[in-house]
Design a protein around this ligand. Structure first.
Ligand code: NAG
Ligand code: NAG
Ligand code: NAG
Ligand code: NAG
Ligand code: ZN
Length: 962
């Protein structure tokens, strides 16, 4: 699925106390997730399980219609589908659509059963049956004996009087009516208000299993067919679908004046990639790519205010990039991309008609920030990559989803880099995917990328495949593969795979085979095992190794990295948790030949160094593993950072920090060694290393911000951030200009946000004066969009009720969703307990805070040190009320529990947590049951960690802040 994201959720989840302010923007902007991934975030928290259920025990249902998979006796060839959505409710108040479909099927195995997907559709009866079957050409169709619907497996079953013959083709005709609900599934309705007028759009989301809710179809990715689509709609609307519109005619049907739009037949494609949209949107277009029409569709107001321009500008270049990268022309005659208001479900790579949430496609030159722009570029790049990888060539079944999504999540950086070459966007994969998924994949509860086909059957099991492991680990291991094969060999294999299987389906080993051929056809290319054997280690077993290099001896060892060394592994691995590890490395600044670690331990004499020489492994963070060294080498690297940090690449600086902090969490190295990696930051100006450090220091802040350690930590960070603050003051000519560097615009937020919360002189005054100017003239906000989140939070933290109430008024008047969400999180930054309590009360009043925003608002409040105990009391006191009121999906209980318990780290707090559990057993915890168990476990671990580390962490900060 495409990238989609619940901005508000991310803000709550990723928010650092430290960079409270900065992170809002960064997270809101830079991280794009798909729908399922966002859902899983709730339980992920600091790294809980990935929401994947255990492998089901196989059983064989008696009847073919009790199985979830289609029988193999019939294959669809093509469909005629006509749909007529009603954008006004019927007499009973229900929105609905009607339609008819004729599907040509070929019989490939004798059968007297015809099974096709159909879900929640009311089928018209013909002679008492749900469909009409006729023969095509010479074939005569047997009569229908009986037909019925199976709700559980979502099938329409037609029992025939005699058998269909192999090789013959038949036409199955149905007419149906379905609800045009606002459920974001299948053909659905999306509502929004423009200039006070409520408007309705009919749109669709088929992935993974919702095409069957739109018309009866063979709804599996391998059941590719040609679709001839016709849409009937109001005359003042426009209809879109995958193919180009080839005809429109006005007519009167059932006494209603309508327009009938027909579309060119699609290419052979999967049902999950279909799209049907009826709206009054308009477009801008370009023909800069030869023979290809590129259009961006959105609300008229958005198009008129040029919000589609940026997406249109980057689409052409990105498509050109992929044509070259894949060595295959864009497979369709047009490329439509459409921004849907209130499209929480996300972006979706429908072939030729990609759907987006507005913030992922529309760039407002005045209101949008650099981060918004980056989101648009990377999401568009992700979706367009799927036009080939996923749409042209499609995986046979959902168990291989990781390959589809991992691939798009990797190459999206390449496409975006081509469109915006000055951004260094490729480095970003380290923060947004590699580090992020390391956190999940380092747990004993992780799971392998690859699943067997038999393990994934039901829609719920399919839905679970859309998780962080599939997207981010998929991206990381494919990037590693491209790195060790080299890009020319990798793309040669990809291109041969795409051209061989165009319009068809594959399994993941087909890709390995084509890459292997590319290796064999490249003179001088050598890898120690086949692509297949190397990659199996990374896809069939979960986790990743920590590679330890002893530069005194040149010995190298690998070990499965577990964040909690005491955790119990109950998932055996056929490879005993060893990997074939490609190690790129450098010695004292000079790149060396890649070394393959093929056993648990080996010796690579060139890595033995002494004196001033140092070894850095995993250069360019090309591999999916962590690195540890002997202490001498650690110290040489640390001293290099302090004297000449630019000798190492930006992402390796970030990696050293992230490795060190995680090795310390896993008790492999000392906490103080990890902290020492942050000492050079006073000289660091780049965003990615700073961001890496801040994300890691966040845990220290959470554990210690209510203890004496915090004072020392604050002094230390103040010392470290001061030069960065001054740097930005200089390069922005005393805060009057926007930094030119793309990531500098993010790091400016870190500089201001942290400087203000650590008490750097001049910071508070600066922020207050900006905010004051805005309060004096509410119609003119002088704060640059890049800095708004940071400034709102700091100004409200420094201010009182006046600042808060002003923010509230601006929040209620905000017309842009992203602006409202910045203000909503900013208001949680106040230090006044009564304001926080009042804000908490507001979350229970849907006229003040929308239901879907209630959890994240409480979560923001809990991130604030003053707000934490208030939020905890609030939730405890009202648990049964909250549970009754918001028991459904709109209230994410697991996210809430995660958020409010993050800081708990004392014995007393653990007791309170247990008591909360006991007291509410009769109410229950619903979807938060697991989160509560994890909170208890994490609190226990926190107590232990604090006990073991507090004294020397305090001493370290004291020593270093002098
Ligand atoms: C759809 O159109 C194609 C091309 O015109 C045609 O070959 C095919 O038979 C049509 N499908 C149906 C179900 O009629
Ligand atoms: C599909 O629609 C076309 C055009 O209306 C028509 O000629 C053809 O017969 C239809 N196919 C079937 C199988 O009904
Ligand atoms: C389908 O039929 C059921 C049962 O008669 C009815 O309750 C439902 O509203 C119908 N759905 C539509 C979309 O008309
Ligand atoms: C789109 O490209 C045009 C032409 O290069 C340029 O003038 C315009 O500023 C760009 N628009 C955006 C929003 O980047
Ligand atoms: Zn995708």
């Amino acid at each position: 699925m495409g990238k989609v994201y619940y901005v508000s959720k991310h803000v709550g989840l990723g928010l650092l106390v430290l960079a409270v302010t900065a992170l809002v923007t960064i997270i809101a902007l830079s991280i794009a997730y798909d729908k399922e991934r966002a859902k899983n975030q709730d339980t992920l928290g600091d790294g809980a399980a990935d929401g994947t259920t255990p492998v089901p025990t196989p059983f064989t249902p008696k009847e073919p219609w009790d199985r979830y998979r289609l029988p193999v006796s019939l294959v669809p060839v093509s469909y005629n589908v006509t749909l007529w959505p009603r954008l006004k409710p019927g007499a009973d108040g229900m929105y609905f659509f009607t339609g008819k479909s004729a599907v040509v099927v070929r019989c490939v195995k004798e059968t007297d059963l015809l099974i096709i997907h159909s879900n929640k559709l009311n089928l018209t009866s013909f002679n008492g049956h749900h469909a009409v079957l006729t023969g095509l050409g010479q074939a005569t169709a047997p009569a229908i004996q009986n037909s019925w619907l199976v709700v559980k497996t979502e099938f329409l079953v037609i029992q025939l009087r005699s058998r269909l013959s192999v090789g013959a083709s038949y036409v199955l005709y149905t007419e149906f009516k379905g609800e045009l609900a606002d459920d974001l599934e299948g053909f659905y309705r999306s509502e929004y208000t423009e200039d006070g007028v409520r408007k309705v759009v009919a749109t669709s989301q088929m992935q993974a299993t919702y095409a069957r809710k739109t018309f009866p179809c063979f709804d599996e990715p391998a059941m590719k067919a040609v679709f001839n689509v016709t849409i009937i709609h109001d005359q003042d609307t426009v209809a879109l679908s995958n193919g180009m519109e080839i005809g429109t005619a006005d007519s009167v049907i059932d006494g209603v004046s309508v327009r009938v739009t027909t579309f060119e037949p699609t290419e052979r494609m999967s049902t999950y990639l279909l799209a049907f949209i009826v709206s009054d949107f308009v477009n801008i277009k370009s023909t800069q790519n030869k023979n290809l029409l590129i259009r961006i569709w959105a609300r008229r107001k958005a198009i008129d205010s040029r919000q589609g321009d940026y997406a249109l500008n980057v689409t052409g270049p990105i498509l050109q990039f992929y044509e070259q990268y894949f060595n295959a022309t864009y497979p369709l005659s047009k490329s439509d991309q459409i921004a849907l208001p209130d499209f929480n479900a996300g972006a979706m790579e429908n072939w030729g008609l990609v759907t987006y949430r507005e913030t992922a496609l529309l760039f407002d030159p005045i209101m949008s920030s650099t981060g918004n722009k980056e989101t648009i570029t990377t999401v568009v790049s992700h979706e367009l990559a799927h036009m080939w990888f996923g749409n042209l060539v499609t995986l046979q079944w959902w168990n291989d989803l990781w390959l589809n999504e991992g691939f798009a999540s990797y190459v999206e950086y390449l496409g975006a880099d081509y469109a915006e070459p000055t951004w260094s966007i490729k480095d970003k994969i380290i923060l947004s995917d590699v580090h992020k998924v390391f956190a999940v994949d380092a747990l004993a509860s992780s799971h392998p990328l690859s699943r067997r086909e038999e393990e994934v059957n039901t829609p719920a099991q399919i839905s679970e495949m859309f998780n962080t492991i599939s997207y981010s680990k998929g991206a990381a291991v494919l990037r590693m593969l491209s790195e060790f094969l080299t890009e020319p060999v990798f793309t040669k294999g990809i291109s041969s795979y795409l051209n061989t299987f165009a319009f068809g389906n594959t399994v993941y080993t087909d890709l390995w085979d084509h890459l292997q051929q590319a290796v064999e056809n490249t003179p001088g290319m050598h890898i120690p095992h086949t692509v297949h054997d190397i990659m199996n280690r990374w896809t069939l077993q979960m986790g990743f190794p920590v590679v330890t290099i002893d530069t005194r001896t040149g010995s190298i060892t690998q070990k499965h990295f577990l964040l909690d060394p005491d955790s119990v592994l109950d998932r055996p691995s056929q490879f005993n948790y060893t990997w074939f590890v490609p190690i790129k490395w450098m010695k004292t600044g000079v790149e060396q030949q890649q070394h393959w670690l093929l056993q648990e331990t080996d010796s690579h004499i060139p890595m033995r160094v002494s004196g001033e020489d140092w070894v850095l492994a995993n250069t360019n963070v090309a591999g999916y593993f962590r690195v540890n060294y002997d202490l001498d080498n650690w110290h040489r690297l640390l001293s290099l950072l302090n004297t000449n940090h630019q000798a190492l690449s930006i992402i390796n600086r970030a990696q050293i920090i992230d490795d060190a902090f995680n090795l310390a969490r896993a008790k492999i190295i000392n906490t103080t060694l990890a902290l020492t990696t942050t000492k050079y930051l006073s000289k660091e100006r780049d965003y990615i290393p700073w961001e890496s450090a801040l994300r890691n220091l966040d845990y220290y802040i959470l554990m210690f911000d209510r203890t004496e350690v915090y004072g020392a930590l604050q002094l230390y960070l103040k010392k470290q951030i001061q030069p960065l603050f001054e740097h930005f003051k200089t390069i922005t000519a005393n805060w009057t200009k926007v930094p030119t560097g793309h990531t500098d615009q993010y790091n400016q937020n870190n500089a201001i946000g942290i400087a203000c919360s650590m008490g750097v002189q001049g910071c508070g005054e600066l922020i207050k004066s900006w905010y004051r100017q805005w309060m004096e003239n509410p119609h003119h906000n002088p704060i640059h969009p890049n800095l708004k989140s940071t400034v709102y939070c700091s100004a409200i933290a420094f201010g009182g009720v006046e600042e808060w109430d002003f923010a509230w008024r601006m929040f209620k008047n905000a017309t842009l969703a992203s602006e409202a969400s910045r203000l909503r999180s900013g208001m949680a930054c106040t230090k006044a307990p009564w304001l926080l309590n009042r804000y908490l009360e507001y979350t229970l009043d849907p006229t003040k805070i929308r239901k879907q925003d209630a959890t994240s608002t409480i979560h923001y409040i809990a991130r604030n040190i003053v707000g934490m105990p208030l939020a905890w009391n609030f939730v405890r006191a009202r648990w049964s009320y909250l549970f009754k009121q918001y028991g459904g999906r709109s209230f994410s209980f697991s996210g809430l529990i995660n958020g409010i318990t993050k800081r708990l780290s004392t014995e007393f707090e653990l007791q309170e947590l247990m008591k909360f559990k006991e007291d509410n057993l009769h109410v229950g915890f619903g979807s938060a049951t697991m989160a509560l168990e994890q909170a208890i476990e994490k609190t226990t671990a926190n107590i232990k960690w604090v006990a073991e580390n507090k004294a020397h962490v305090l001493k370290w900060f004291n020593d270093e802040s002098k």
